[in-house]
Design a protein around this ligand. Structure first.
Ligand code: PLP
Length: 389
């Protein structure tokens, strides 16, 4: 099912949306939950009947979200999305409870994480990734063996669960174990991984988990920071003391209700099926075209390809004209096509990174998506390559 169609040259065709890692269309069930929540004033901090009804909606959503990742209910702090959750996690443990004194950031994190670390006022170090895109555990182990948390103070590792461009899944449980042994804390950005792979906060070993609803078909503008009980984080802004003094600001109940519904309806099994379509796309590419991160565990919905001679910009525009939406690596707020820094960190030559194309599937991707993508993409690729020859 697609939610919209477009017309090209008078012919009306359904568009094929393959950019779910940028944002996924809102699921009808989430939309219904949001509409219901919008029918009345909903401030859960108010003591009257309307406020109490809002509080019920809030706590129901908190429980569903917490249960969906096997986390304690009170560990879920609702935020405005992944960017805020990353900032709250980083700044919260530098300014609050543990008083973190150094931050290690994996090289392929979403820009929200290094941006938050840069504001923290403590030294920041980059953790390299291997050529398969996974964080370098040997580097981490060796570096932390030289780190003395007793004298240098507690530290924080920021490592994403799954990369937004390649879909590569990092060995988070192992990294968190190394970090804990060395006296540190781990913040895991699980924004892209949520509901696409199993997440069990109770066994992962992370201290904090950053979530966002819109990458899996929930509403934009809502997410959560999951915080291990007892880890006293400092809120990034003062005010009404909501979320047990961890995140001030009136709750966005319609968005939170939509997130709660997402936690009920989204499933890992649903996403696992998409790997078949993703694999058909990769198998149908001509020789010389590379899919990246394929040697590592990956999200089932994501493929990042490079095709020398076929720039991201040209590919994006041709696909768009052919009715297909994809992106060049990550979505960029300027609307410009930006080269992939993730591929750079994996050691891919610059000339190749300029041809990166991310195809990301989601809950409403049709069965014939691989064939439709390949038909448009291959036609354009062959035209451009034969012209250059
Ligand atoms: N973290 C990752 C890995 C992401 O891919 C994104 C969005 O692209 C974010 C954080 C930011 O999330 P939000 O758009 O909810 O602020």
């Amino acid at each position: 099912m697609t939610l919209y169609s477009s017309s090209h040259g008078g012919e009306r065709r359904e568009r094929l949306y393959l950019d779910h890692n940028a944002t996924s269309p809102l699921r009808p069930a989430c939309c219904d939950a949001m509409l219901e929540a919008m029918e009345a004033p909903r401030n859960p901090s108010s003591v009257h009947a309307e406020g109490r009804a809002a509080k019920q909606m809030l706590e129901r959503a908190r429980k569903t979200v917490a249960d969906s990742i096997s986390a304690p209910v009170q560990s879920v702090v609702f935020t405005s999305g992944g960017t805020e959750s990353d900032h709250l996690g980083v700044l919260g443990v530098v300014r609050g409870g543990p008083k973190v004194r150094r931050i290690f950031v994996t090289a392929t994190e979403h820009p929200a994480v290094p941006a938050a670390a840069a504001k923290a006022g403590v030294p920041v170090e980059t953790v390299p990734v291997l050529t398969d895109g996974t964080l370098d555990l040997a580097w981490l182990e060796e570096r932390l063996a030289r780190y003395d948390a007793q004298t240098e103070g507690p530290f924080l590792l920021c490592a994403m669960l799954a990369n937004n461009e390649t879909g590569v899944i990092h060995p988070i449980a192992e990294a968190a174990r190394i970090v804990r042994r060395a006296g540190g804390y781990t913040l895991v950005d699980a924004v892209q991984a949520l509901y696409k792979v199993e997440i069990d906060f109770s066994t992962l070993g992370a201290d904090m988990l950053a979530l966002s609803a819109h990458k899996a078909g929930g509403p934009v503008g809502v997410g959560a920071l999951v915080v291990t009980p007892g880890l006293g984080i400092e809120p990034t802004q003062g005010g009404g003391g909501q979320e047990e003094n961890r995140r001030a600001g009136t709750h966005n109940i319609p968005a939170i209700a939509g997130f709660g519904k997402l936690a009920e309806v989204a499933s890992v099994a649903e996403y696992q099926q998409l790997a078949v379509i993703r694999d058909r796309i990769e198998a149908g590419l001509p020789s010389g075209v590379r899919a990246h991160g394929t040697e590592a565990p990956r999200l089932p919905n994501t493929s990042l390809i490079t095709a020398l001679g076929f720039s991201s910009q040209t590919a994006l525009m041709s696909l768009d004209l052919g009715g297909i939406a994809v992106s060049a690596g990550s979505a960029c707020s300027s609307g410009k096509v930006k080269k992939s820094s993730v591929l750079g960190a994996m050691g891919v030559p610059e000339e190749e990174t300029q041809t990166a194309l991310r195809i990301s599937l989601g809950w409403n991707t049709p069965e014939d998506a691989a064939e439709r993508f390949l038909s448009v993409w291959t036609g354009e690729y062959e035209r451009i390559i034969s012209r250059a020859a």
